[in-house]
Design a protein around this ligand. Sequence first.
Ligand code: 2HA
Ligand code: ZN
Length: 271
Amino acid sequence: MGNSKGIAVLKPIRAEMARIASYLWEKGWAERNAGNFSIRITEDIPLIQIITDKAIKATPLEMPFPDLAGELILISNSGSRMREFSKKPAKFSCLIKIESKGEAYRIIREEGRPQGIPTSELLSHLAIHDMLMKNKPHDRAVIHSHVTELIALSHMSEVHSSESLSRLLWSMHPEILMFLPLGMGFLPFQLPGTIELAKASAEKLEKYPALLWEKHGCISTAASISEAFDIMDMAAKAAKIYFMASSSGQRPDGLGLLHIDQIKEHYFKKK
Ligand code: 2HA
Ligand code: ZN
């Protein structure tokens, strides 16, 4: 027994995911199967009876996430390509339900849908959702992508701290400070897909809405997939300005501390 004809409420959410998948592909941030996203949707389905197919075994997790017990998460499939996801989001995403102690997850079968398994970065997504539920419950969306401009930046040791990275991004354009006032965290290289990467990411994202994974990519969180994309896009724009200005052979001046303080004063203190 499965959930017949898919689950209606997932349709618009998958449509939004598909739109963002096409942007990630067009931006060149999603080569091959790079990138993944997820959204916690429990609140969107209060009245719908999700039929859990007991024939589908629960998959144990490397660490439990007790705060996520019973939560429903829509997540991109392992191996899915963003360029294909953008056309067939239902084929390349699956709905999972976290088991009662947060120790495992079960894939919710949707009739007429092929059965995929969640992304290789599942642990990072779950650790981040777990942290968001406790600290920023309004933020339910998580995107990871191989943002070229930011990966290039992460090869430069001068931005190897959250403070220096944030300062550089803010100094490239006044709107970065306006829309990314908390800055971007920096995480030294960790193996993709590991529990270590997951734990360290969740910890950093308590403070920042986005995180640069050294020499790998970027991860951002927001209320929706579209807003999480905006955060990545803003940070990528700042990195691009930095590289374009640097390619003239001169070191970009950047907005000085005085300008940064003026922007903060103008946009935040008066409110
Ligand atoms: O989804 O990007 O980090 C593939 C990846 C792993
Ligand atoms: Zn990746």
